[in-house]
Write a protein that binds this ligand. Structure first.
Ligand code: ATP
Ligand code: MG
Length: 361
């Protein structure tokens, strides 16, 4: 997957632009608050997902303007393709001239993996972000997984409603049995798919982390669930029965894939509690680059890698691993000082200043 050209009008602070990019590393440099992350965000919007900064559509439009438009030319599945995004009264997409359609038509057409400093929460914070990472990564390779998650959450909602009523109406216990059966069936499928995905992701991420640390540190990733494991549907059903009393008291469901977690251990110790800044950053980058590798292994397409401000806090070996590994596909990397990046990799360089993007150092 390669971005060849991007045009934008009215997007964030970026002055109207029309840019062609290199097939390898593209370095976007400039002082703070000039528009570097905005440019990565513009590219990311073509994945059909929400902004990686969690921005609302209106925040993407330049102050005082009413709409923004972006046009992306890219190569995927050996073909030249063009996608357009119109952001204004809602958000719409055209793919190869067809549309306007909801932006979900872009899912799986343009694939990218993004690292932004906010993603450090994957290591630093609670399990929700780790589950979201896993689920979003799986959705990129198996789009049907999204509807499975939807069904699971529908059943979860039903069980949670019942838990609140059952304390007053014991005849509802039979209905609880039925919803628990559905919940375990969908939950079992979710856990099995997550495990299958992790079988590919975990060793890849561990190998990348090993390379970054010069094989001095070992990253271990494990799935953590209150349910016992295979067969997942049976073990989730069992865990739900066992936690029923507690769940009725709590008024919500305390076991199942919506409560599971990924354990991230560095040399056997939780990275959240013991990892240094650089180690935590390296873990997130290993996970993200492994996500890109798995996507390539399954779909045959190497996603575009968007790396926002990754170089800070990393020693030269770690920087080198990232840029050279990423160099296998197309990468966009932002930084304030281009010198260390330029030393490590050949690539096209763009200066971002006051919302203006110019090729060259
Ligand atoms: P840093 O190195 O600090 O990360 P950056 O170059 O990545 O900086 P951006 O996050 O791209 O900076 O933001 C650049 C500027 O865009 C900010 O000053 C911000 O106020 C401005 N900005 C954000 N949204 C809009 C908008 N909708 N319209 C106009 N300007 C905006
Ligand atoms: Mg930035």
């Amino acid at each position: 997957m390669t971005v060849t050209h991007l045009e934008g009008k009215g997007f964030r602070n970026l002055l109207d632009f029309s840019l062609s990019f290199g097939q390898g590393v593209n370095i976007l440099y400039g002082d703070n608050a000039q528009g570097k992350t905005n440019l990565l965000e513009a590219l990311w919007m073509f994945t059909g997902s929400r902004s990686f900064r969690g921005a609302k559509d209106a925040e993407l439009i330049r102050f005082e303007e009413k709409k923004a438009s972006l046009t992306l030319q890219f190569k995927a599945q050996g073909r030249d393709q063009e996608a357009q995004l119109q952001i204004g009264d809602g958000k719409q997409a055209l793919l190869n001239g067809v549309g306007p359609s909801p932006v979900s038509v872009l899912n799986g057409q343009f694939c990218a993996v993004v690292f932004a400093p906010g993603h450090l929460s994957l290591v630093k914070e609670g399990p929700e972000g780790r589950r979201r990472f896993l689920d979003q990564a799986i959705c990129q390779v198996w789009p049907k997984y999204a509807s499975l998650l939807g069904e699971y959450h529908r059943c979860l909602h039903q069980r949670n409603m019942l838990l609140k009523d059952v304390a007053f109406h014991s005849q509802l216990l039979d209905t609880l049995d039925i919803w628990e059966h559905f919940l375990s069936s969908y939950g079992g499928q979710i856990c099995s798919i997550r495990m299958r995905y992790l079988e590919r992701l975990a060793p890849t991420a561990a190998a990348l982390y090993g390379e970054m640390s010069g094989d001095k540190e070992a990253l271990y990733i494990a799935y953590h669930s209150k349910a016992q494991g295979v067969p997942w549907d049976k073990s989730i059903e069992e865990a739900l029965k066992q936690s029923r009393k507690d769940d009725i008291a709590a008024g919500y469901t305390t076991v199942g894939p919506h409560r599971d977690d990924l354990k991230l251990l560095l040399d056997g110790k939780p990275a959240k509690n013991y990892g240094s800044q650089g180690q935590q950053r390296s873990i997130v980058l290993s996970l993200k680059m492994a996500e890109a590798d798995v996507l390539k292994g399954i779909t045959g397409e190497q996603p575009v890698l968007l790396l926002d401000d990754v170089m800070s806090e990393l020693d030269p070996r770690r920087q080198d691993t990232i840029l050279n590994h990423a160099g296998a596909g197309q990468v966009f990397v932002t930084c304030c000082d281009p010198a260390p990046v330029v030393r490590l990799t050949e690539g096209e360089v763009f200066e971002v200043s006051g919302g203006m993007i110019r090729p060259g150092l």
